[in-house]
Design a protein around this ligand. Structure first.
Ligand code: PLP
Length: 416
């Protein structure tokens, strides 16, 4: 079959099969050729409560009957108002202003623009952004600039702006903290980090104590602290937001992915009073100059409200704890050849094969094909295999996932 579709992160020249998905339910996807696929990565980290949660699909249908879309510059609607209030409540009230956009990347772009606007409007322009080694914040030019450089963005490198990258925390993270302390003295515009877990960088975890110290150093120097919770939010790390485990409130926080339970696109950038106030005046020149056509789409906001109702009224936290324990038990039972086993909340990861393979090594695609043949949606990051399923995944399906990982560990122990 020829297709007009150009897929993301896909080398069409390799001729790899692209399954046609017809429907989804819970942690399972069904394909046109009759296969039942276990969605072990939550359709790229978005699906939290499972595919087609009835509460979210009903909220979408209801909202579609009332108001589908409206310009959000100078106009508002009930779902956006309620959702903003709920997000402020869920994050403890320290970031009382909510700016909507439609993807994780745009939420991060907005965060960076807020930080730069903050400084310009105070009459002390600053541009330098501090980042963490191996970070990932999206695929637009700005978000690639603050993320790790590599083959993914080599073609665009001349357009990416310079940032200062802090080393990834080793051990107690003193290396990172010392570098941050020094960098803060030079007056940067902001620090952006993925709290507790660097996702696309390879599911790399670092301690909550390091996150808390990074936040404290930024506070001491008056440097805005941006938490990119696009992946870590909505329970992935065991708490609603990863920042809670460090007991911190950022100045700016980005959420997306699980915001609508992973059903429709929506993102939000939350800001502290100080960030908002810096844009507030009777001069139009100091406003936040950002919008996208579908800012705060009412249907997406209704889906997000349903997601929050699920958090408020269903035993989501208990499901997360059960899944976390089940992941740990299965991770522990993998063959001895499996390296670097780790788990944070509902995210489990390990390394297969003999040595550091890197993203473009042949091991990644070989593993991808291996899991696809076993009706599993797993998408290794090089040698790193991670399991990040919807919280409703059954024990049988989880067993199927880990049986395949164990088989892959044996099959690829000596390489491909
Ligand atoms: C996925 C991701 C993004 C980008 O989100 P998109 O919706 O894909 O644009 C940003 N930050 C982190 C930490 C992510 O994992």
């Amino acid at each position: 079959m020829t297709s007009a579709v150009w897929h993301p992160f896909t080398q069409h020249g390799l001729g790899e099969p692209i399954p046609l998905v017809t429907h989804g339910e819970g942690a399972v996807l069904h394909t046109a050729d009759g296969r039942r696929i276990v969605d072990a990565i939550s359709s790229w980290w978005v699906t939290t409560h499972g595919h087609r949660h009835p509460r979210i699909t009903a909220a979408i249908a209801r909202q579609a009957e009332r108001l589908d879309q409206v310009i959000f510059a100078g106009w508002t609607h009930e779902p956006a108002e309620q959702l903003a209030g709920a997000l402020v409540r869920l994050t403890g009230g320290g970031m009382p202003h909510v700016f909507y956009s439609d993807s994780g990347s745009t939420a991060v772009e907005v965060a960076l623009k807020m930080a730069l606007g903050f400084w310009l409007n105070r009459g002390e322009p600053r541009h330098r952004i501090l980042t963490l080694e191996h970070g990932y914040h999206g695929d637009t030019i700005g978000t690639m600039s603050v993320g790790a450089r590599g083959v993914f963005n080599r073609a665009y490198a001349p357009l990416l702006f310079d940032v200062e990258t802090l080393p990834f925390p080793a051990g107690d993270g003193q290396n990172t903290l010392d570098a941050l302390e020094t960098a803060c003295r030079a007056g940067p515009a902001a620090l952006i980090v993925e709290p507790l877990v660097l996702g696309a960088g390879g599911m790399l975890f670092y301690p909550a104590a390091v996150l808390a110290r990074m936040r404290a150093i930024c506070s001491a120097h008056g440097v805005p602290f941006i938490a990119d919770e696009v992946m870590s939010g909505w329970g992935r790390t065991g708490t609603l937001f990863a920042c809670e485990q460090a007991g911190i409130v950022p100045d700016i926080m980005c959420v997306s992915k699980g915001l609508t339970g992973g059903v429709v696109p929506l993102a939000a950038t939350l800001a502290s009073e100080a960030i908002y106030d810096a844009h507030l005046s009777d001069d139009r020149a100091t406003m936040l100059f950002h919008s996208s056509s579908y800012t705060a789409n009412p249907i997406a906001c209704a889906a997000a409200l349903a997601n929050i109702a699920i958090w408020d009224e269903e035993p989501v936290q208990a499901r997360i704890e059960t899944l976390a324990a089940r992941q740990q038990a299965r991770l522990d039972a993998l063959p001895a050849t499996v390296r670097h086993r780790r788990r944070l909340g509902t995210i489990a990861a390990c390394a297969l094969g003999p040595a550091d393979a890197g993203y473009l090594s042949a091991l990644g695609p070989a593993l991808l094909a291996f899991f696809r043949e076993r009706d599993l949606l797993l998408r290794p990051l090089g040698e790193t295999v991670y399991v990040m399923p919807p919280y409703c995944i059954s024990e049988d399906d989880l067993d199927h996932v880990y049986a395949a990982i164990a088989e892959a560990a044996d099959r690829f122990a000596g390489g491909i």
